[in-house]
Design a protein around this ligand. Structure first.
Ligand code: COA
Length: 189
């Protein structure tokens, strides 16, 4: 488990990414709720996240600001403050990023990139050859994060995100983990 941890030193505090377990449902829901704050961004409940965490193939990570040198797994608040979460699912040789969220005050410090990296590393360990995700066409910040992590646009789902104020298309993105992006054109629907 410890080799999955990746830390980013930042001034006096460090941001540490730890594998999520069954007990992290509540913390992940709190982070998700703080991050998805617009009318079309429905937060996920603690029960929904906990259900996912015990579903086959689902795995996640929590990012926390750690102000203690104790092992990340044993820290309690306020020694460690959760600031980010990611949930992914592996099916056969494919994985999907289900959601990623970073609390507004912790953004643009590399937390999202670290969570994504941890998730991709885990997928590679399990022999996954490609990872997919969907992102709203209007979410340019998330799109930049994904492009920076090597994801390429590979499709659109018109009107995928429906909400009281209308609908937005989803951009489908894919990242190959076996280098095939460099050899073959991407086709996905
Ligand atoms: C998308 C999100 C997870 C990014 O988290 P983050 O911790 O701020 O991301 P990082 O600091 O790792 O930044 C990674 C890249 O994202 C982009 N980015 C981050 N914040 C940005 C901003 N405010 N404006 C423009 N680009 C930004 C940059 O390209 C950045 O890489 P760079 O610094 O090398 O240029 C976060 O903004 C968030 O939780 N948003 C709300 C929830 C959401 O939209 N989730 C995605 C749903 S598909």
């Amino acid at each position: 488990m410890r080799d999955l941890l990746c830390s980013i030193p930042k001034e006096r505090n460090a941001i540490v990414v730890i594998p999520a377990g069954f007990a992290h449902g509540e913390v992940m829901a709190a982070v998700h709720g703080a991050a998805f704050d617009r009318p079309w961004d429905a937060p996920w409940s603690s029960a929904a996240i906990t259900d996912l965490l015990v579903s086959p193939g689902v795995y996640g990570f929590v990012a926390q600001i750690q102000v203690s040198s104790k092992p990340a797994e044993v820290l309690q608040a306020p020694e460690a403050t959760p600031v980010g979460m990611i949930l992914s699912r592996m099916v056969a040789q494919e994985a999907e990023i289900l959601t990623i969220a970073v609390t507004p005050s912790a953004r643009w410090r590399g937390v999202g990139a670290a969570l994504l990296e941890a998730s991709i590393k885990q997928a590679k360990k399990h022999g996954i050859i490609e990872i997919f995700l969907e992102v709203s066409e209007v979410n340019v910040v998330a799109q930049r994060l994904y492009h920076g992590a090597g994801f390429l646009d590979c499709g659109k789902r018109p009107g995928y995100y429906r909400h009281s104020e209308g609908a937005h298309d989803a951009v489908v993105m894919r990242r190959s983990l076996d280098g095939s992006d460099k050899k073959t054109p991407i086709t996905c629907v």
